[in-house]
Write a new protein. Structure first.
Length: 216
């Protein structure tokens, strides 16, 4: 099941990379959401849907293996937000915020927030894991860059008009996405490792039981 999640992440990454290559848009100032307006923009919801599939798989695996329910739920919420982001396109630049644009914007914010929190919870829960440090660093990096993503929106609330040409919005947004997909990938490794640990005590107990039976 976990391998299916990895396959979805790989396919989603290929689709997202292909979208960037075929459109030829400026990745420094053009945010990913605006790729939906390109003729090949259908690759965007495909990629996000694949990432959502992977998040659902990993969330279910974490829940079944007795991991922190909050972390598993947050991973699932991230996947749901990916679907909403793909299903409800953002608005064209300069157009007033529509319902679709609003859903897109707030789903993106929730997604950007939930994955690093899930990562920090899992890193704290499994300090002994060899993946804990990587998960923690990636989660903190994602939260740090998220602050840079939010700052322009806060500035606009104070009446200061900024355009994508004034700030490298494309860079900060892509960094958040890369970090969060990396966190998702690492959580899959944590879930896989914990699955192995969970089976070990059972196997040992079985051996003790068999040995006891032989002695008796």
């Amino acid at each position: 099941m976990i391998l299916g999640g990895y396959a979805a992440i790989a396919a989603g990454t290929v689709a997202m990379t292909g979208l960037h290559l075929v459109t030829g848009l400026d990745p420094v100032h053009t945010v990913i959401s605006e790729y939906a307006f390109h003729p090949d923009g259908w690759l965007l919801p495909v990629s996000l849907g694949l990432f959502a599939t992977a998040a659902t798989v990993f969330g279910v695996v974490l829940a079944r293996r007795g991991e922190d329910r909050g972390a598993a739920a947050l991973v699932g919420v991230w996947g749901l937000c990916m679907l909403l982001i793909g299903a409800f396109p953002t608005d064209q630049p300069g157009v007033p915020l529509s319902m679709s644009g609003g859903i897109h914007r707030y789903a993106a914010f929730v997604a950007f927030l939930t994955m690093p929190i899930a990562g920090l919870i899992m890193a704290r829960r499994h300090v002994e894991s060899r993946y804990a440090r990587s998960v923690r660093l990636l989660s903190l990096a994602s939260l740090g860059v998220l602050v840079l993503v939010v700052i322009p929106y806060v500035v606009r609330m104070f009446g200061i008009d900024l355009t994508n040409d004034d700030i490298p919005a494309g860079v900060t947004q892509r960094l958040v996405v890369v970090f969060e997909v990396a966190v998702l990938t690492m959580l899959g490794l944590v879930a896989r490792a914990r699955g192995g640990y969970a089976r070990a005590p059972i196997s040992a107990a079985a051996r003790v039981s068999v040995a006891g039976s032989v002695v008796r």
